[in-house]
Design a protein around this ligand. Structure first.
Ligand code: KG4
Ligand code: ZN
Length: 330
């Protein structure tokens, strides 16, 4: 199976044989740091430039030829529409020219099922996906049946990391840099406001405003405040975000009696969150699942594993399947 991921700015292609990943290639070429964020038109153009070489590389690294491919999967939603369109058109053209079946994959489902690439968590499996665009707490009852418990009502967790990073002058995407600087900081140096949402929903706009006002106030008396305290600011903001994520995840595990839980999406690459989850698992007797780094952020292997389970379920897509910026469900 050939799987394509093109929902945002990374062009990915993977080859899977019987649900096993044989190659997973990813290219990120746009210098978004120059613009402080992803420019959709530049992302689309980058996909057009890279999709053919990325697919060729995935096929070569898997040690197969094009003729061996028996199905084609692509990300249908959610994402930047121009970017999705490039992957969808490529996948359809490939499938049509070779008379192969197509599989349309929901990117958010794929972040969750990334856990099933190298492991087999038993059901029910509780997963918190935190990426640049989404924060979703999900219970998987099977590979096909996912229930959304709650989500963010405003910014996504990754967006909060990126915006706070920007306030401190760090380039986009700031999440990984906050993680890096926080390693030398004190997570309890500053206390930032965290939001208490009802049930299993999240809100990250409060912490963002709290950090902003705090920095503005400190800079009035000390213009060098950020430079002098960067590690502590990063560590304290990271602590506040991770605390909000962990609190809802552990609350759901306790209330629903689920003992197998995982984290997914770009923010699950965060070292402080990964450690916090391992610690909570040890303390509470929970089995925790943390994806390898290459399966945390966007990648085509997770599209492939999702498509593999959809294919087992005979869940094929027609050539008239259109990409969608928003997903209608999970
Ligand atoms: O899942 P992903 O690659 O793309 C989306 O589907 O959005 O997630 C990207 C997000 C960005 O906001 C990025 O800053 C964040 O994940 N991220 C991190 C780390 N690595 C990536 N946030 C905190 N710590 C990290 N180590
Ligand atoms: Zn993603």
């Amino acid at each position: 199976m050939l799987a394509i991921e093109s929902s945002c700015d990374d062009t990915g292609a993977a080859i899977l044989i019987d649900g096993k990943v044989k190659s997973n290639v990813l290219v990120r070429q746009v210098d978004h740091a120059k613009y402080g964020g992803v420019i959709p038109e530049l992302a689309s153009r980058s996909h057009i430039k890279h999709i053919v070489p990325v697919v060729d590389t995935a096929i070569a690294r898997a040690g197969i030829t094009k003729d061996a491919i028996t199905a084609v999967a692509f990300t249908q939603c959610p994402g930047l529409i121009g970017s999705l369109m490039v992957g969808a058109c490529f996948a359809k053209a490939f499938a049509l020219s070779r008379n192969l079946p197509l599989i349309a994959v929901n990117h958010l489902r794929a972040h969750v099922l990334a856990h099933f690439i190298d492991a087999q968590p038993p059901f029910p499996f509780l997963c918190l996906t935190a990426s640049g665009g989404h924060t979703q707490l999900i219970v998987c009852h099977s590979h096909h049946d996912m229930q959304l418990l709650g989500q963010t009502i405003d910014d996504a967790a990754g967006e909060a990391f990126d915006k706070i990073a920007k306030m401190t002058g760090l380039p986009y995407p700031g999440g990984p840099l906050v993680d890096k600087y926080a390693k030398n900081g004190n997570p309890h140096a500053f206390k930032f406001a965290t939001s208490e949402m009802k049930d299993y929903d999240f809100s990250f706009s409060g912490i963002k405003t709290s950090v902003l006002y705090f920095l503005q106030k400190q800079q009035k008396t000390n213009p060098q405040f950020i430079e002098q305290n960067l590690a502590d600011i990063c560590a304290s903001a990271q602590h506040a975000i991770v605390q909000m994520l962990m609190q809802k995840l552990l609350k759901a595990a306790k209330q629903l009696g689920i003992t197998h839980l995982g984290i997914a999406g770009g923010v699950s690459a965060n070292s402080y969150w990964r450690n916090a989850l391992i610690e909570a698992g040890n303390q509470r007797g929970l089995t925790v699942y943390i994806p390898p780094f290459e399966y945390c952020t966007d990648n085509a292997a997770m599209i492939g594993i999702t498509a593999y389970y959809q294919a087992l379920n005979q869940d094929w897509a027609g050539l008239d399947t259109v990409p969608m910026a928003k997903s209608t469900g999970l």
